[in-house]
Design a binder for this molecule. Structure first.
Ligand code: KG4
Ligand code: ZN
Length: 358
């Protein structure tokens, strides 16, 4: 097999239209030949969240331009590319289909292999774009749709240790921003305004903090934010205090649950060199990074955080997952269809819905 594999990656699972050309280098990390992301913030701003039909339409309008740009910026031709990878799930079917179909078409007419990628695997392997990283590692995946602790044993080999039993962490940030009228996109705004407030002003709940292992829950916290937000109305100072208290409560929850997850990781892998990777959109949050770095010092483990541009949705991570799968001959080909649900650990119990016993 050729030494330096090059892939075109395509990502349209939610509200970012993205394409990237990535080449593996001799250090085992990636040369980012191009990484183009077009965000749809303006389309969804007035609705305060992603509207699937609008997102799909924007993908259709932009995708050809974005792919072309990524090829031009990479300064290589389609001929020099070894394969095409596009996100096949999980995500919004109407959105996924856009990137998936154009990826398959390019693969068919250029006679290149095609690989449909699990978006979560893209996030899980994303730190490898810049770091030479050994398996296994503990992954805290925090995004708009998912919140999980996983052991990343290898490409295509994941064990879920814990997950949210209700809202995803990004969702909790976005809803908090909406309740406090902090604007869209929510997560970055909550982080920004929380710096202006007193983090100890409101006492907010930390659901299931002392039970259920490293499973997480944010619904009760969200309800408490809603209750308090109704009382403070237009008082900006109190709004910032509530944002700061929310961020502080999230930090406390992640601190305690990560401690449990680290112990599970040690017990299961018998590995002494513990590495914690945080990936996904919420991993861009600096306060969360600092908080977990503090824990890392106390418990003597290493933290690896992807660069901010690789935390939110991007196609570099999809191309990278494509290269990794291609090299291991884990190809699924042109028949793969879009999937709204696609867990990394298929054996993990489904943790949502009524009747859940903790
Ligand atoms: O990974 P991502 O781009 O898309 C999904 O796969 O879901 O994650 C998006 C989520 C959104 O909920 C967004 O508000 C959140 O990541 N996010 C943040 C920050 N930047 C993005 N949450 C907290 N602090 C941030 N700085
Ligand atoms: Zn994502």
């Amino acid at each position: 097999m050729k030494e330096k594999i090059t892939f075109l990656g395509i990502e349209t699972s939610c509200d970012e239209t993205a394409a990237a050309v990535i080449r593996e280098n001799q250090n085992g990390t990636a040369d980012i030949l191009s990484n183009v992301v077009s965000s749809q913030i303006e389309e969804h701003k007035e609705f305060g969240g992603v509207v699937p039909e609008l997102a799909a339409r924007a993908h259709i309008e932009n995708i050809e331009f974005i792919i072309n740009r990524s090829l031009i910026e990479s300064k290589i031709s389609l001929k020099e590319i070894d394969g095409i990878a596009a996100t096949a799930g999980p995500g919004l079917i109407v959105c996924l289909t856009v990137g998936l179909n154009i990826g398959k078409s390019i693969a068919a007419f250029s006679k290149k292999p095609f690989i449909g990628i699990n978006h979560l695997e893209g996030h899980a392997l994303s730190p490898g774009l810049e770091n030479k990283i050994e398996f296994p590692y503990l992954l805290l995946l925090i995004s708009g749709g998912h919140t999980q602790y996983l052991i990343v044993k290898d490409v295509n080999n994941y064990e879920q240790l814990g997950t949210t039993i209700d809202d995803a962490l990004g969702e909790a940030f976005d809803k908090t921003a909406k309740m406090l009228n902090l604007g869209y996109p929510g997560g970055p705004n909550v982080e920004k305004y929380s710096k202006l407030g007193d983090k100890n002003f409101f006492k907010l709940p930390e659901p299931i903090i002392n039970k259920a292992g490293c499973n997480l829950s944010f619904a009760g916290l969200k309800t408490a934010v809603l209750r308090e937000s109704k009382k403070i109305d237009k008082n900006d100072k109190l709004k910032y205090n509530l944002a700061a208290s929310f961020q502080n409560t999230i930090n406390k929850i992640l601190y305690k649950k990560t401690k449990v997850a680290i112990q599970f990781f040690k017990d299961k892998t018998k590995n002494k060199n513990v590495q914690l990777v945080i990936a996904g959109g919420v991993a861009a949050n600096k306060s969360i990074r600092e908080n977990l770095s503090k824990l890392a010092k106390e418990m003597n483990f290493k933290t690896i955080y992807p660069d901010i541009k690789f935390c939110g949705d991007n196609a570099a991570m999809i191309a990278w997952a494509g290269i990794k799968r291609f090299k291991k001959n884990l190809k699924n080909g042109i028949n793969i269809t879009a999937k709204s649900r696609w867990p990394l650990d298929e054996k993990a119990p489904y943790m949502k819905g009524p009747g859940l016993k903790l």
